[in-house]
Each structure stands twice: as structure tokens, then as C-alpha cells.
Design a protein around this ligand. Structure first.
Ligand SMILES: Cc1ncc(COP(=O)(O)O)c(C=O)c1O
Length: 399
């Protein structure tokens, strides 16, 4: 049989999907499963989004669409990012794609030749590593353990950028940790970035509206607008608007980058489908009460998960200030066993937890931090206390 391309030996199925799949299978067998595994927001957008989508079906143009994205969508996106403090952007600085994942993949293709270096902090969103592998980039991982609140320091960044990676990829608020960098932290990191003009900077900030309490979202560009010629902002409807399946993502950045996205779109996807475009415009420009309410609900859920995890002796659980994840360091369990089953590491921990208690969490090694696990807490609120009680019970039963 002829062989697949070599790059396919580097492409792996998502570790998160594997756990979710196992949980689904157990559920189908009749087990009572509580899933904290997939990073889905678990809410639906308001009726205005569905009305816009239905109207788009009724007046289908019957044509291909714009490779960049139609003007009305670009304009709605520009207003949306203006509200987040991004000024001076025009349509020519933006492009639309099939979700942020697609935009990140396009950026990797546009910026990284095989052997080029990409640097990013760990814990990282699993797909960063997979995309880098597929395009044959060299990865420099910057480890940020729980002891430093999972946050990158200026010293680490300075050291990494001194190697002149082609791309530095940064995610704030973070999946999987939920960490949100403070104003001072972002300003200080921006000053380091300014010292290294040969590195592109991708800021994957798709959770930028999901920030709790008195915390605020900041981007390097808010402090160093002079970085605008090499910072690329990535955004998406998936989490903020409860629209992961609609597959709409964006970038705003230098014109040359937006143009590269248009070129890749013209060869990969041609355009985002008209119905999804209409829904996206409605989501961005319509009432914002559902997303705002959801963020407040997630904050309450965060408090519940955090309190439960922090009450477990030995678990270290930094306090997330955004997104919908908690990422406890569970390494105190390693070397123990549960009902005779050895728990050497995070993968064994999550497998035993799922089988013994029916709770699905994702092993931290999927995110480059094998001492931890990710709890995605967007399940129906009534399930949350039960799920957390089962995790506590599991820890209590370790010997
Ligand atoms: C940090 C981060 N970036 C990008 C994505 C991809 O989002 P999309 O659904 O827009 O492709 C995700 C989804 O989980 C994510 O967590």
C-alpha cells in the first residue's frame, strides 16, 4: 500500500477527544458519568442568532463568498475588538476562518517553515503542539508550573526570545489553567517582546471576554502599540457566544498577515458559509446579555470547584480568574493506589477516576503539565457538587 505523508506520523488525535470518547462510551453502557472533559461552553446563543441564520437561508445568494470574510462581518468584528481596546484596525487587517483553530493552523502555515522555532508557555492548549508538529516546526516549551501560578515570567520570556524563535504564541486567559495575566504582568512581558523585533507574536485571546470579578483582560498592544506590526490577535465566537459548532474565528494583525490568511482561505475553504456568517454578525452586534450572564455563572462555578479542590490535602490549586477551567496539581496522588489499582501518573489517575467514580477529567500531560489535570466546569450546575464530591471521595480512598 502507498504510504501517507510523513507529517501524518506526527499528527495525533486530540487527547481531550480520547477521554471524552471514553466517557461517552461508558455513558452509553449505562454508567452515571459526569463530564468535566471537553472545553465546551454548554449554552446556546440568543434567538436573534437563530433568526439571522434562518433569514440567511431564506435569501441564499447561491454564490461563493469572500475569502477574507464579508464586509459586514469584518465591521462587526472590528467593533467587537474596539471594545476590547484594539484601535486603528481596518478590514484589511482582519480575516475570518473556520474557528480559531483554523486561524491558528493558517498562521502556522503562513509563518513557520519546517525547522523554524515556535515558543510557547506550558501548560498550553494541546492543539498548539499538534499544529507545530504537523508543519514540522521546532517547539521551545517554557514550563510554568503551579508554583508560579502557571504564568510566564519576564525572565523566562527574555531567555526564550533571545534564541530568536520565529513565533512566540501566547494564550490569555489560558486554556487549561484559567489564569488571567494582570495589567502589570502584560505590560512587563510587552517590554521584553519589544526587545526582539524578529519574532512574530500570536496572542490567542479567545477567552478575553470571560474574565471574573475585578480582573480585566489586557493585550501587549494595549501597552506597546508599536508592536502592531508583528502582533496577531486571534479570536473566536466559540466560547464567548456559546457557538463552538458554528465554526467562526478571526484574526486581526498586520496587513501582510491578514492577506496571507486570505490567500490560504482561497485555497483551503474559499469562505465561511453564509448562514454561519449571518449568525456571527448577529452574535457580535446583537444583545450581549447571555454571554455576560454566563461569565457570572462560570465565576460561581469556579468558586465551587476551587473550594472543593483546595480542601483536598496535598492538592495545589492556583485560582483561575477567567475562562471555564480549573487546573489543580494532583501530583500528591502519584505513587498511591485506588482499590488496588496503581496511580503512577496523571493518565492513570484520570483513567481510574473515570472508571471508579464516573468523573471525566483530562490528564495534564495533554497540556504539557503532567502533574495536573483539567476540570472544565460548564456542566449543568446541578452536577457540579456531585462531581466534586466524587473527586474528593476518590482522593480520600487513595492508599
Ligand atoms: C486556547 C484556545 N484557542 C483556540 C481554540 C479553538 O477554538 P475554535 O472553536 O474557535 O476553533 C480553543 C478551543 O478549545 C482554545 O481553548
Amino acid at each position: 500500500m502507498p504510504k501517507l505523508a510523513q507529517r501524518m506520523s506526527r499528527a495525533k488525535p486530540s487527547a481531550i477527544m480520547l477521554i471524552a470518547e471514553k466517557a461517552r462510551k461508558l455513558k452509553a453502557e449505562g454508567r452515571d458519568i459526569i463530564s468535566f472533559s471537553i472545553g465546551v461552553p454548554n449554552f446556546l446563543p440568543g434567538p436573534h442568532v437563530y433568526e439571522a441564520a434562518k433569514a440567511a437561508v431564506d435569501k441564499d445568494s447561491g454564490q461563493y463568498g469572500s475569502n477574507r470574510g464579508p464586509d459586514a462581518l469584518l465591521d462587526a468584528f472590528l467593533k467587537h475588538i474596539e471594545a476590547a481596546g484594539f484601535h486603528g484596525y481596518q478590514r484589511k487587517h482582519c480575516a475570518v476562518g473556520i474557528g480559531a483553530k483554523h486561524m491558528l493552523y493558517n498562521l502556522a502555515e503562513a509563518l513557520l517553515d519546517p525547522g523554524d522555532e515556535i515558543a510557547f508557555p506550558a501548560p498550553y492548549w494541546t492543539t498548539y503542539m499538534d499544529i507545530a508538529d504537523i508543519v514540522g516546526a521546532k517547539v521551545r516549551v517554557l514550563p510554568c508550573p503551579a508554583s508560579q501560578n502557571y504564568k510566564l515570567t519576564t525572565t523566562q520570556l527574555d531567555e526564550a526570545l533571545s534564541h530568536q524563535p520565529k513565533v512566540f504564541l501566547f494564550n490569555n486567559p489560558s486554556n487549561p489553567t484559567g489564569m488571567v495575566y494582570s495589567r502589570d504582568e502584560i505590560a512587563a512581558l510587552a517590554d521584553v517582546i519589544a526587545k526582539y523585533p524578529d519574532t512574530w507574536v500570536i496572542t490567542d485571546d479567545i477567552y478575553h471576554r470571560m474574565v471574573f470579578g475585578e480582573h480585566h483582560y489586557h493585550n501587549f498592544l494595549h501597552f506597546r502599540p508599536d508592536l502592531a506590526d508583528r502582533v496577531i490577535f486571534v479570536d473566536s465566537l466559540s466560547k464567548t457566544y456559546g457557538m463552538p459548532g458554528w465554526r467562526v474565528g478571526f484574526i486581526a494583525g498586520p496587513e501582510v498577515i491578514a492577506q496571507a490568511m486570505v490567500t490560504l482561505n482561497s485555497n483551503h475553504i474559499t469562505n465561511v458559509p453564509e448562514v454561519a456568517v449571518a449568525a456571527a454578525i448577529a452574535a457580535l452586534s446583537g444583545p450581549q446579555d447571555i454571554p455576560a450572564r454566563k461569565v457570572r455563572e462560570f465565576e460561581v462555578a469556579r468558586d465551587q470547584v476551587l473550594a472543593a479542590m483546595q480542601a483536598i490535602p496535598g492538592v495545589i490549586c492556583p485560582r483561575p480568574e477567567g475562562a471555564f477551567y480549573v487546573f489543580p496539581d494532583i501530583s500528591c496522588a502519584f505513587g498511591k493506589s485506588h482499590e488496588g489499582r496503581a496511580i503512577p501518573d496523571d493518565v492513570a489517575f484520570c483513567a481510574a477516576l473515570l472508571e471508579a467514580k464516573g468523573v471525566a477529567c483530562v490528564p495534564g500531560s495533554a497540556f504539557g503539565e503532567p502533574r495536573a489535570m483539567r476540570i472544565s466546569y460548564t456542566c449543568p450546575p446541578a452536577q457540579l457538587p456531585e462531581g466534586m464530591a466524587r473527586i474528593q471521595q476518590f482522593f480520600a480512598e487513595l492508599t
